[in-house]
Design a protein around this ligand. Sequence first.
Ligand code: PMP
Length: 399
Amino acid sequence: MNRQDFPILERLVHGHPLVYLDNAATTQKPQCVIDAISEEYVSVNANVHRGVHYLSQQATEFHESARHSVCRFINAHSPQEIVFTRGTTESLNLMAFSYGERFLSEGDEVILTQMEHHSNIVPWQMLRDRKGVVLRIAPIDERGTLKIEEVEKLFTPRTRLLSICHVSNVLGTVNPIRQLADMAHAHGAHLLVDAAQSVPHFPVDVQALDCDFLAFSGHKMYGPTGVGVLYGRESLLDAMPPYQGGGEMIARVTFEKTTYERLPFKFEAGTPDYVGTHALAVGIDYMKAIGMTRIHEYEKSLTDYAMQRLADLPGVILYGRTDDKDAVVSFNLAGIHHLDVGTLLDQLGIAIRTGHHCAQPLMERYGVEGMCRASFALYNTREEIDALADGILRVQRMF
Ligand code: PMP
């Protein structure tokens, strides 16, 4: 779909047409997003907020209208619930710091799962070490499905938060967020969703999911690097203290006392990436013009096709065989190191990711050091998956 919108897909790598299958790490950018960045620097650039001059007001308008776009895109109640960050990682660190400061005390419990990315593990461990919060880890089964009944058993009167990925960046498992939200709320806890791998792929509606917080990254959804989002329920964000101090986040500063700006600005210290937020909104418009449901259906057909093609090859071990699986296919080749697979496929112009995928506890769960991962975006094709399958056969012949 729409390959012609992505100029990088025209290039050759090692003399071969690029087959880019590393979209879970970052997606390529359509021309409209690239143009939005350069056009803003060419004709609008000025620092946002409180500038009385024309350019500052125009840049502010771009930046704040991007917040409205994100709000509509995930169906938040209000743009005040949209905090711009550097990405999912910063959103989750903000949560561990600020939510942790306000809502978690020594002995309180946070539930994570075995399939989390390091960015939804390490900030909570840092908080545990600072405050004595207890982390409980929900298990998955061999196919990569979360054991829902085991999650339920982990809740205690001290559980304050369940923090979980919407889609696993390794297994592609789509977790039943609405069910988990109901479960968390029934136990008096909150739900934080790491949506880095869902927002780019299918419609995400925070009201329908009933989640309390949701984090995602612009660069995985055809937008620029360095900009991301934390959505939070207004009443909760309101109760949380700022995460960083500086310009933009204050109402009034004296040496004796500082009061903070209203939401969402109290969480946005310093000059924001206002060029990035504008380009992110252009990326969102781009996806909406195609249609998130259409993107989802198309990528789902690619995922099913890839699973089938790879399952038919001898010596391919597939990880993540859940019924509800999205845009990610991880595998190993029996007897061949994943790094060798990635390096040899690269020689054919095929870009996949290899290693632990920032999910070392999950690698441990499967008893492997690393995996190969092919991940899809709207511009990938069946022919590219065929190229991957042929490439795998060529790699196997070399050993
Ligand atoms: N969570 C998940 C599920 C991810 O896939 C990623 C990116 N690989 C992250 C968090 C971190 O995102 P970022 O590096 O954009 O902050």
